[in-house]
Design a protein around this ligand. Sequence first.
Ligand code: B12
Ligand code: SF4
Ligand code: SF4
Length: 321
Amino acid sequence: MNSVTSHTHLIKKEAARLGFSFTGISKAEFLEEEAPRLEKWLSNNMHGKMSYMERYFDKRLDPRLLVDGAKSVISLLLNYYPEMEQSDPDVPKISRYAYGKDYHTVIKDKLFLLMQFIRDNIGEVNGRAFTDSAPVLERAWAMKSGLGWVGKNSNIINPKTGSYYFIAELIVDLELEADSPMKDYCGTCSRCIDACPTEAIIKPGVVDGSKCISYFTIELKDHIPDVMAGKFENWSFGCDICQEVCPWNRFSKPTTEIEFTPLPAVLNFSTNDWEELTEEQFKIIFKNSPIKRSKFAGIKRNLQFIQQTSKPPAEPDRNAI
Ligand code: B12
Ligand code: SF4
Ligand code: SF4
């Protein structure tokens, strides 16, 4: 086995030991196919008010601008699918990714351990760790690294266990064995497109972020536009609809990551508990949760929006009486 192959095996084995479900490698190079897609997405204002998406356009497309001499992108998936759901089906809904501890912290800790392992076992390797909040097109790298395909809902779907995964990367100046992208297994299915209540999936693989419930309930700081009234299907933080309807998520397995154990409040709060939540309680209960991104005012705005604009009960069918 040459050193490139043995280093690749070593890193994948350690990543699995640290709890990552899948690890794949890509050559660090300019993302030629993604460049026009990203450009179009931005020029059509699909980022809405997420102005951070406009920044670092070049870095987002070329990992060599983020790490000097970068040779490989190591893409990793961490499962967040919870074993338990919110106990009351009528309570304001929280996305599954936000049930437990903030994934940024959990993943960064693991990435630093993996980077240290590489330095201890392979040598002087320069690299940086990323997850979510950096100018890296994470889905594009995960796809190139063979971890899944880009579904029509734009999520990375792994054929063994679905899409309830976070994506993370190490960009390193170490040569490793690259994996190959996999086939697209969406076929003729269009369940996610049909189910999206705000018609945010404008075509296969393209989500207009500015129309997504996740954007309105987490990223948007202003008033939620009135045209969205009645469309949130009770989602108060993020939205999982396009993943819930995806047949590949029948294969989801509960995460074994202890840090993603759901907060009791997330599982057990009643609608009344959410409505009566004070800012002091919010700060204590959600101190280490991704939910704090919306801030107290954001959560209250979301709760009010879904409560005031929920669809009126259907008119009785008079002919049936
Ligand atoms: C901005 C953002 C959002 C925005 C915009 C979403 C969007 N689709 O762009 C909002 C707030 C709406 C959002 C929502 C969600 N997000 Co988000 N988000 C991001 C962020 C920060 C940037 C994404 C981005 O660059 N968008 C720009 C568009 C143009 O790029 P893209 O969607 O990544 O798509 C690229 C590839 O798919 C590629 N592509 C490759 N092959 C093909 C083939 C075809 C045919 C096409 C058309 C495209 C294509 O084209 C695109 C451009 O390169 C990433 C983290 C990161 N740094 O990457 C997380 C990230 C994408 N989000 C994530 C998650 C979990 C979510 C939610 C599920 C959260 C929730 N439950 O509410 C939803 C899912 C909504 C959805 N269906 O996309 C995960 C995705 C995990 C996964 N398995 O795919 C990420 C990677 C965060 C992480 N580190 O885990 N998100
Ligand atoms: S997360 Fe919800 S609103 Fe966003 S694209 Fe998926 S189904 Fe549509
Ligand atoms: S619901 Fe169907 S079309 Fe949408 S991502 Fe899943 S398999 Fe693909």
